[in-house]
Design a protein around this ligand. Structure first.
Ligand SMILES: Nc1ncnc2c1ncn2[C@@H]1O[C@H](COP(=O)(O)OP(=O)(O)OP(=O)(O)O)[C@@H](O)[C@H]1O
Ligand SMILES: Nc1nc2c(c(=O)[nH]1)N=C(CO)CN2
Length: 167
């Protein structure tokens, strides 16, 4: 059994549609879905704003590599083109943390190396899990990060019905 925190983001095309695609793709393992935030781009700043959210997922059958693979499959389904680092994308799925797993493999760094300072990850994560701990960094509520440029989109909701009919 592993529980993972995933950051999803889009700033190209039907941004909300791509976030919905990601939520549908993880529907069978979803524990929590954060609100949606409109966020100013970091890294490469001359690009459009992103929509960002966080998903908490859990499965007895999926390890940290499985979460990475599932995210990459959804990026492919969103026809993501790998262009420049930190550039515009239809869908980005980052594995933020998987339980307490630490990994220095460049194909899967855990926790994600940017997570502790990115408001685009921490604000949605805090919204669904105020007591969350980032392995190696402690409680995310106590991290020092700049929340400027992150705005709640109350008009957008990713929550879907995950309980099967009859249950
Ligand atoms: N925790 C992780 N989650 C997702 N991808 C990771 C992680 N650690 C390493 N990677 C690797 O990063 C590579 C590049 O990912 P990607 O193009 O999405 O980076 P980016 O989103 O532009 O930058 P960043 O990872 O800083 O957000 C992928 O090939 C993937 O194997
Ligand atoms: N606001 C925001 N900016 C970004 C984001 C993102 O998800 N949100 N992702 C990037 C590449 O991972 C680069 N810049």
């Amino acid at each position: 059994m592993t529980r993972a925190v995933l950051s999803i983001g889009s700033n190209l095309g039907d941004r909300f549609g791509y976030l919905q695609l990601a939520v549908r793709g993880f529907a069978d393992v979803l524990v929590a879905v954060s609100p949606v935030y409109e966020t100013a781009p970091w890294g490469v700043v001359d690009q459009d704003d992103f929509l960002n959210a966080v998903l908490v997922v859990e499965s007895p059958d999926v390890d940290e590599w499985g979460w990475l693979r599932r995210g990459q499959e959804l990026e492919r389904a969103a026809e993501r083109v790998r262009d420049r680092r930190w550039g515009p994308r239809t869908l980005d799925v980052d594995v933020v943390a998987v339980d307490g797993v630490l990994s220095s493999d460049p194909e899967l760094l855990l926790p994600h190396p940017g997570a502790h300072e990115r408001a685009t990850v921490l604000i949605p994560w805090l919204a669904v899990s105020p007591d969350a701990v980032l392995p190696g960094f402690g409680r995310i509520a106590e991290l020092d990060f700049d929340d400027e440029g992150v705005r709640l989109r109350t008009d957008l909701s990713l929550n879907i019905r995950t309980t099967k009919i009859g249950e």
